[in-house]
Write a protein that binds this ligand. Structure first.
Ligand code: 0RQ
Length: 496
């Protein structure tokens, strides 16, 4: 891997992880690359080794979004994290956050880089970044994600680089552009999903590099299950609806698509595979999953833009084998660009994001189970939902084997409100809230989206709220969380 360091003065920075991690001490702010993929793997393990030898220290860990078990999992397990920002999805880390052993602040992903440049996250002591190569001028070629890495590298006082054995041919897939900050902010000149506006590398001051490591460790791969009936039904509802809107001339046929993380999101994009109406689509999203490769293979993608690629093991092999072909279609950008409200609004993105629960008036909880317990974080869902031309919120109508209704009288935590949400979808149906007043939304959501087992309960609540409290969005405050309370008392939202 030595030939990946094309800037020869950096050769003498080659070292091992144990030596490199002396730059990380108790209280160090560590800014890492990584956005579902592309995170450093060696330094976290070295930190854990230090802890195992009895050293007591804790770091503040800032990433692009979620990382693999090799970062969030091992560091949380070893009790080495004091602060974590932003989005994460690791079970151990989640438990520690919910136990208040790790402080976590949930941020809209599009906003982070500029906050770091403002100094809002404190000093950027050390950046630890994964790269496939260092260019002859001393710049970085990232791996499978961009995230906040351009800003972390720019702001960091010290930089540790893990050179990955992933194919150097990734060079050219990235488009790195750091916008100006207020009050000098100029438009971000993206007018089509595939536009390239920056450079294929991350600019770096080589003087700040304190260590370079070689890594043969891979990202942990996503596991996608074949779309189940519920996901398929949700995907069908969405595609039918958009097709209908286009045929009625209520929206143009070429708006780009964003689809969130997870199986449902993957299923929605897979739905295009069997669909004859949509011949070619643009994707302007945050994370590109397996379905994007399938669509490219079918010749259905004009351009796919994102900040990271999260692929299953099989898809990863296919991607690397034919990188030259996929590179023509895929652009990986900093998350402040992939999720930029300005660009999402300009392009008129059709946004699809998954919720934990929705309420009868269309407010959405994406992050906290039973109001209190963090699941993953808001991620980019707010960036896309609030700014998309058409915003879908999708969820299976029930969770935990039917014991939880995902349609509730009032959400137990609010991430997105009724003003940002256009269409609510479950496997049972879809409600376009745009032409409806709140009481009409409630009636339609109960009738079309709620699981049949919960419709009577929801209807009873709503009717009593209308008769009792009245008003624009009737609620019985003493009972608004009755579904949640019942679940917590009995393990089931059904009433007995
Ligand atoms: O719990 O893991 O214990 O089984 O939540 O739910 O059904 O596996 O669905 O993986 O798609 O995740 C909203 C969390 C859905 C995710 C959420 C429980 C359920 C299960 C996971 P278990 P599923 P998914 C950015 C896109 C916010 C960020 C975002 C998410 C676990 O999509 O984090 O949108 N979204 N980013 O049992 C209690 C409920 C529940 C519930 C589900 N009502 N009550 N538990 N669960 N509903 C934009 C991009 O462009 C990428």
């Amino acid at each position: 891997l030595r030939d990946r360091i094309r800037f020869k003065p950096l050769m003498d920075k080659i070292t091992d992880a144990d030596a490199a991690c002396v730059h990380i001490q108790n209280g160090t702010n560590v800014f890492i690359s990584g956005f579902t993929a592309g995170y450093p793997k060696l330094i976290p393990q070295a930190l854990v080794r230090r802890a195992e030898k009895g050293e007591r220290f804790r770091i503040n860990l800032f990433a692009g979004a979620s990382t693999g078990d090799a970062v969030d999992g091992v560091l949380a397990e070893a009790g080495l994290v004091s602060w974590r920002r932003p989005y994460m999805s690791n079970r151990t880390m989640r438990n520690r956050i919910n136990a208040d052993e790790i402080r976590f602040k949930d941020d809209h992903l599009s906003r982070l880089s500029s906050q770091v440049r403002d100094g809002g996250w404190g000093r950027a002591h050390v950046a630890v970044v994964e790269a496939v190569a260092i260019t002859r001028k001393g710049h970085l070629i990232p791996t499978m994600s961009v995230g906040n890495t351009p800003t972390y590298v720019r702001e960091a006082e010290k930089i540790i680089i893990e050179i990955s054995s992933e194919p150097p041919d990734l060079e050219g897939i990235h488009d790195i552009f750091i916008p100006e900050d207020p009050p000098y902010r100029m438009p971000i000149p993206i007018y089509r999903s595939g536009d390239r506006i920056g450079k294929p590398f991350i600019e770096m001051d080589p003087q700040k590099v304190t260590a370079i490591l070689f890594s043969r460790e891979e990202d942990s791969c996503a596991v996608f299950t074949e779309p189940d009936t519920v996901s398929r039904r949700i995907a069908e509802h969405i595609l039918d609806f958009v097709e209908h809107e286009i045929k009625r001339d209520r929206m143009p046929s070429f708006l780009p698509w964003q689809s969130g993380v997870g199986d449902v999101a993957n299923a929605v994009l897979s739905g295009f595979l069997e669909n004859d109406f949509f011949h070619t689509i643009d994707i302007y999203s945050e994370v590109l999953q397996d379905a994007v490769l399938d669509l490219i293979d079918m010749g259905k993608v004009r351009a796919a833009s994102g900040s990271a690629m999260t692929l299953s093991h099989k898809a990863r092999t296919r991607f690397f084998n034919e990188l030259y072909r996929y590179k023509e279609k895929i652009v990986l950008r900093p998350v402040e660009i992939s999720n930029s409200p300005e660009v999402v609004r300009r392009l008129g993105v059709i946004a699809i994001n998954t919720a934990i629960e929705v309420d009868i008036y269309g407010h959405v909880n994406s992050t906290h189970v039973m109001g209190s317990h963090l699941m993953n974080g808001i991620g980019g869902s707010g960036d896309f939902l609030r700014n998309g031309a058409l915003s879908f919120v999708v969820t299976p109508s029930t969770a935990k084997g039917g014991k939880i209704s995902a349609v509730v009288p009032m959400v137990s935590h609010v991430d997105h409100n009724e003003h940002s949400v256009d269409v609510i979808v479950t496997e049972h149906g879809l409600v376009d809230t745009r032409p409806l007043a709140p009481r009409q939304v409630a009636e339609a959501v109960i009738r079309k989206c709620a699981h049949p087992d919960y419709r009577d309960l929801l209807w009873d609540y709503y009717q009593r709220a209308v008769r009792g409290a009245g008003g624009h969005e009737p609620h019985i405050l003493a009972e608004a969380f009755g579904f949640h309370e019942r679940f917590m008392a009995t393990g089931d939202m059904h009433s007995r």
